[in-house]
Design a protein around this ligand. Structure first.
Ligand code: MF3
Ligand code: CO
Ligand code: CO
Length: 246
């Protein structure tokens, strides 16, 4: 899990210079596909339920599962890039936010809150706590900032499979849901909207967007539960997880 997570995170580091106004998301995806191959790894998303790309790239009001394509990024666009790789049969799944050019004021707040929400969720991970504690930590933080947590997509168990039980909800009540145990592997990947939480999936059957067209952001880590907390498998080797790392 460490090797798979490290590769996925390293690819997200290395793709950062490719995000700029004028770039297309399909060029970014092609670079990611090349990096997975160069590492001798396998893309988990190519061929997954008919999906054809090595990444999901979700721009502005796209919540998740954005399909890379010929659309050109413009100044101030925010985007999530989500990469899942398989290394010797083990899955590493991570995503983070990028900006083309300069981050706008509202977008910066959204991205910061979403990043911090993921970290609050991870802070709630320890044996004895429950999945509801994770969801509550995320939801209460996000809603206190007057933003909303997407309900229609969740994190998931992973390991030698891509999506395993349980569903990791990014909202919930303390003490509810399954109990966390040492050795569990799962993702936490909150999606946060500036407006309302509702989403819809476009006719391509993948692209999920906010119904009210408000901006959306997401960060994702793959983690393991340790005796005392969480081991984050997808930490950025270059310290570039947050888009203002420069
Ligand atoms: N990586 C996504 C997740 O976090 C799943 C993408 S599936 C795809 O679970 F087919 F859309 F790529
Ligand atoms: Co995931
Ligand atoms: Co993912």
């Amino acid at each position: 899990m460490h090797r798979a997570g490290h590769l996925a995170a390293r690819i997200l580091d290395d793709v950062a210079p490719m995000v700029f106004p004028g770039q297309t998301t399909e060029e970014i995806d092609a670079a990611i596909e090349g990096m997975v191959a160069d590492a001798g790894a396998v893309s988990a998303t190519i061929g997954y339920r008919g999906y054809k790309h090595a990444s999901c790239i979700s721009v502005n009001h796209v919540v998740c599962h954005g399909i890379p394509g010929p659309k050109v990024l413009k100044e101030g666009d925010i985007l999530n890039i989500d990469v899942t790789v398989i290394v010797d049969g083990w899955f590493g799944d991570t995503s983070r936010m990028y900006v083309a050019g300069k981050l706008g004021r509202k977008a910066e707040r959204l991205v910061q809150v979403t990043h911090d929400a993921l970290m609050k969720g991870i802070e709630a991970v320890r044996p004895g706590n429950t999945f509801g504690d994770i969801g509550h930590a995320i939801q209460s933080f996000v809603e206190a900032q007057r933003m909303s947590v997407v309900r229609d997509f969740c994190g998931h168990g992973l390991g030698q499979v891509f999506h395993a039980p349980p569903n990791v909800l990014h909202y919930g009540r303390p003490g509810t849901g399954p109990r966390l145990e040492e050795g569990m592997f799962f993702t936490i990947e909150p999606m946060v909207n500036l407006g309302r939480p509702e989403t819809k999936v476009l006719a391509d059957d993948w692209t999920a967007v906010t119904r009210d067209k408000s901006l959306s952001a997401q960060f994702e880590h793959s983690i393991g539960v340790t005796a005392t907390g969480a081991d984050i498998f997808t930490l950025s080797p270059g310290g570039k997880f947050h888009p203002t790392w420069t």
